[in-house]
Design a protein around this ligand. Sequence first.
Ligand SMILES: NC(=O)c1ccc[n+]([C@@H]2O[C@H](COP(=O)([O-])OP(=O)(O)OC[C@H]3O[C@@H](n4cnc5c(N)ncnc54)[C@H](O)[C@@H]3O)[C@@H](O)[C@H]2O)c1
Length: 252
Amino acid sequence: MLDFTGQVVLITGAGSPKGIGRTIAHTFGRQGAQVVLCDINQAGLDANVKEMEGLGYKAYGIAGNLCEKESVDALVAEVTAKFGRIDVLVNNAGVSQKVTVADMKLDDIKRIFNVNMFGLFLITQAVCEVMKKQGYGRIVSLSSVSGKRGGGVFGGAHYSASKAAVLGFSKNLAREVARDGITVNCVCPGLINTEIWKSMPDEQAAEVIAGIPMGRPGETQEVADAIVFLASKEASYITGEEIDINGGSHMD
Ligand SMILES: NC(=O)c1ccc[n+]([C@@H]2O[C@H](COP(=O)([O-])OP(=O)(O)OC[C@H]3O[C@@H](n4cnc5c(N)ncnc54)[C@H](O)[C@@H]3O)[C@@H](O)[C@H]2O)c1
């Protein structure tokens, strides 16, 4: 088991009741981290923090909107004032929309990019300043298989484009901050057993499964475990990398 005792881990989009962020938060909590959960959804955030506290994990929630610079700056200031440092940032918050390019509106693209790329940029920029002063940091961002091969199931072309943007952004940043003791990596999940999978009609689900060599969706824990490894001290020489977590549905 990896040990995060004494480390402060900030996770965005961790207020979803059955989302990947919740499992990431539990996994870091189990491994001794002080976990800071952030989400725009106050009620979901409160419920997830309470659940973690009930399990004996160190959890703290901050509601905020990643798309607003003031909100992001306030959030990062609160974390550093309360806990003194930020060792790990997990950029998990994301939004999607299933729509064809033919039906897409410019506002749809702006809404998706606003969270998945611009919000990710705002919080990453702010947290990087803290990490540079510490001389240590781990940043792990959620891209998607859709960002590599196009989606179709989870979202539209704007979603795929935003997740491809996350990969390019992360690789560039990885080069910029490599000598500051900061690593920057991504994970690219395929279809994961979250709301999107549970709400899929049987016929579509069967079609999706047919394209996955392992014949099943991934579990949130399988995504969290890869993230926790990339965020560990043990992953010290890995940067600018992306890990596919997709049951073989896409292989580079
Ligand atoms: N579920 C999948 O199959 C899958 C596959 C590949 C990639 N991903 C990616 O993994 C991440 C988590 O996916 P999920 O299915 O758990 O999503 P989810 O919808 O369950 O959770 C996303 C969370 O982000 C929060 N959020 C949205 N906009 C925000 C904002 N402006 N500020 C702060 N928080 C905001 C939401 O409130 C929500 O709690 C996303 O980035 C998603 O694109 C998911």
